[in-house]
Ligand binder design. Structure first.
Ligand code: UDP
Ligand code: MG
Length: 316
């Protein structure tokens, strides 16, 4: 029999989890010739999520769970789930029912019967989302696709089912700063896209604030492109070229017409402009160096405090 494991990252999802389990279970039970199990990853929730997972695991042997020692973020949760997975097919789905589970059978069909390696969901609309948030994320996709070698589909979600080889490819990327949207597209493979409408969250609130999303976008760009380093190089080159021309002009002017002290405002302007550009360039370089620093430290992406999954043989 074929196996499918669904990775479900959960952070403070006590309200959504029972509904999630009750909705998804009948759908996956109905899939023929497939044994479907869950890998719930409790990402350091501060509510009753961990207890709910333990109770589910007691009554259903298809429920596996991993509890982190603290909140490490959804990227780490997905990574832990993939590392612990052993099935032939691996899926990722949110716990808040925003990823409509009724797509699972169709997505599975795409990777089993059709010739696809990945079945992934893409949202068609941004209903129920702040206008400014949509506008920013649209710009983000435009920029990142232009300057990086990963081609990220706009609206692509983490909701997907992958073949084992794709999961292994993703796990072979050792980086600490994991920007999944980039990683998922960087590995390539044949993907079938499933359009789906933006669902309202079942309960609770989104954990993504505007600030979170902004740093997430910066992570994505820094992680998959070195173009920003070139930007600072070009801007720096351009402004210093301008500076030289201006200096030449001033010298000639002084030689021909003598000097005056009227130049004070222009000096202040130049100081601010150049100073700002230097700080900007340093900032961009600093972002890369901080990423290098994190990679070099080689810290684990997460720490597990509790799980009912036995370690794989090759990791013992
Ligand atoms: N999540 C997580 N760790 C976090 C934040 C979120 O595991 O630090 C999970 C969360 O429980 C949910 C999924 O990631 O299952 C998506 O989170 P959310 O609904 O907050 O994001 P949105 O749907 O607004 O993009
Ligand atoms: Mg959500």
């Amino acid at each position: 029999m074929n196996t499918l494991e669904l990775i479900v990252p959960c952070y403070n999802e006590e309200e959504s989890l029972p509904a999630f389990y009750d909705t998804v279970t009948p759908i996956v039970k109905a899939i023929k010739d497939f044994s479907v199990s869950f890998i719930f990853v409790d990402d350091g929730s501060r509510d009753k999520t961990a207890n709910i997972l333990k109770d589910l695991a007691k009554k259903d042997d298809k429920v596996k769970y991993i509890s982190f020692s603290r909140n490490f973020g959804k990227e780490a949760a997905m990574l832990a789930g993939m590392r612990m997975s052993t099935a032939d097919y691996v899926g990722i789905i949110d716990a808040d029912l925003q990823h409509s589970p009724k797509l699972i059978p169709e997505m599975l069909k795409a990777v089993t019967e059709e010739d696809y390696d990945i079945a992934a969901a893409r949202r068609t609309d941004r209903k129920g989302e702040a206008k400014i948030k949509s506008a920013f994320s649209r710009q983000f996709y435009k920029v990142i696709n232009k300057i990086s070698d990963a081609n990220i589909e706009e609206g692509a979600q983490d909701y997907r089912i992958m073949k084992r080889k794709v999961v292994n490819a993703i796990l072979s990327m050792p980086e600490y700063n994991r920007f999944s949207k980039g990683i998922f597209s960087w590995v390539g493979y044949k993907t079938k896209w499933f359009e789906h409408e933006n669902q309202e969250r079942f309960a609770g609130t989104s954990k993504w604030s505007f600030w979170n999303l902004l740093t997430y976008a910066i992570d994505g760009i820094i992680g998959f492109s070195t173009a920003p380093l070139k930007i600072s190089f070009f801007i720096g080159g351009l402004t210093s070229a301008f500076g030289f021309v201006y200096a030449l002009y001033t010298i000639v002017k002084t030689l021909c017409f003598g000097s005056d002290v009227k130049g004070y405002p222009s000096i202040i302007c130049a100081v601010f402009i150049i100073g700002g550009l230097i700080l900007l360039s340093l900032g961009i370089i600093g972002e890369y160096i901080s990423r290098i620093y994190m990679e070099v430290k080689n810290r684990p992406n997460y720490l597990i405090s509790e799980t009912n999954i036995l370690p794989k043989d090759d990791e013992e």
